[in-house]
Unconditional design. Structure first.
Ligand SMILES: N[C@@H](CCC[C@H](N)C(=O)O)C(=O)O
Length: 363
């Protein structure tokens, strides 16, 4: 990545004392400014004193200890790129040289912290492929737990791979090994990513849920008591577990804006009928092709979007008779296009993935 960083004049650059040691590189497009390049003839290092005045480094006493900025490309630093898919944000790590993630789940949780870290809903690693796939994707949630799959994450993953491999402006698809099996994202000409998310899993024990199957092997519009209230739920796995609800038993159609997710979400996530915990989608039906959804994610809480959750939502909406197989799912961060294709039983998700910034943090 260091090679990809373009040297640039820094004469107009100013540094705020409070941010000097946190985010090293900031840009919305590649290539980005390199703040401290000895290869750059125009580079004028700046030093910020405690009184916030800016002085030439020549007027400062030189220290024998190399500064943080001089060390940032060493092996003691983790280089990352931050992406988001509809506001569901991830720290992406180039892990193609090893089958073991470069950082532990505990470190990932620290980096995800929005006050003391970079801030993200999860950390995603691009590892070598196995079983004939091009790459392997692994992810740690912001609480350090490891889910099987991430829909918004795999779109970001595809854009990250395109950057790493320098494959710009081409229509591309990759075979990605995940905890949910083979997933195939395809970068379209408009930059959006369409992902073959595979087949939904409906068999109750495989979701997994302890709720009794009531439609073939599946749990469809079953009653679940959460905190004394009876909800109707349908359980779907997209590799990771989802509990989808369109409302309370005997109640009116759900209006999702009024929900207190922070209060109700954890009670679903940790409910005894979900042995692997669960993601929960609260869904409002605007029309048979237009759903509005808010999500409480396992291991990450309320997020602005959930790709696997949007897929599970459309599968549940079809099974409960609320919608057709092609839907727009509106999430707090924006819309996803979802199709549950009858011919192959696969779910297809289309949506954006954007780079936010990149940088380095001490390991
Ligand atoms: N936001 C993701 C799902 C991430 C994993 C989830 N929190 C889990 O634990 O299953 C998505 O876009 O699918």
């Amino acid at each position: 990545m260091a090679e990809a960083i373009a040297a640039a004049a820094t004469t107009s650059l100013s540094i705020k004392p409070s941010t000097r040691h946190s985010q090293l590189f900031l840009s919305s497009t590649f290539p980005i400014l390199r703040m401290n390049s000895h290869k750059n003839p125009n580079f004028r290092p700046l030093v910020v004193s405690s009184s916030t005045s800016i002085e030439s480094v020549a007027t400062q006493k030189t220290s024998s200890k190399a500064s943080f900025l001089d060390q940032r490309e060493g092996s003691r630093y983790l280089h990352f790129v931050k992406y988001h898919g509809l506001g569901n944000d991830f720290i992406l790590v180039d892990n193609r040289d090893s089958s073991e993630p470069k950082i532990t789940p505990e470190k990932a949780a620290k980096l995800c912290d929005r006050n003391f870290g970079i801030g993200a809903d999860g950390v995603i690693f691009a590892l070598p492929g196995i079983n004939g796939t091009d790459y392997t994707m692994r992810i740690f949630n912001s609480d350090g737990s490891e889910p099987e799959m991430c829909g918004n994450g795999v779109r970001c993953f595809a854009r990250f791979i395109a950057e790493l491999e320098n494959l710009h402006g081409k229509k591309l698809s990759f075979a990605v090994h995940t905890g949910a099996g083979l997933i195939v994202p395809e970068i379209q000409e408009d930059g959006k990513v369409k992902v073959d998310m595979g087949e939904p899993v409906l068999k109750a024990v495989d979701v997994p849920t302890k709720l009794a199957a009531n439609k073939n092997d599946a749990v469809v519009k079953s009653e679940l008591v959460v905190d004394g209230v009876t909800w109707n739920v349908t359980c779907v796995s997209m590799g990771n577990p989802h509990c989808v609800t369109f409302g309370i038993k005997g109640g009116q159609d759900l209006q999702v804006d009024g929900l207190n997710l922070a209060q109700i979400g954890p009670k679903f996530e940790h409910h005894e009928v979900f042995p692997a915990r669960t993601n929960t989608e609260f869904v409002q039906v605007n029309s048979p092709s237009h759903l509005k959804m808010r999500v409480w994610e396992r291991g990450a809480g309320a997020t602005l979007a959930c790709g696997t959750g949007a897929c599970a939502t459309v599968v549940a909406a079809v099974l409960e008779g609320h919608a057709g197989r092609n839907c727009t799912v509106d999430l707090p961060g924006g819309p996803l296009e979802i199709e549950w294709r009858e011919e192959d039983n696969h779910v297809y998700m289309t949506g954006p993935a954007e780079m936010v910034f990149y940088g380095s943090v001490p390991l």
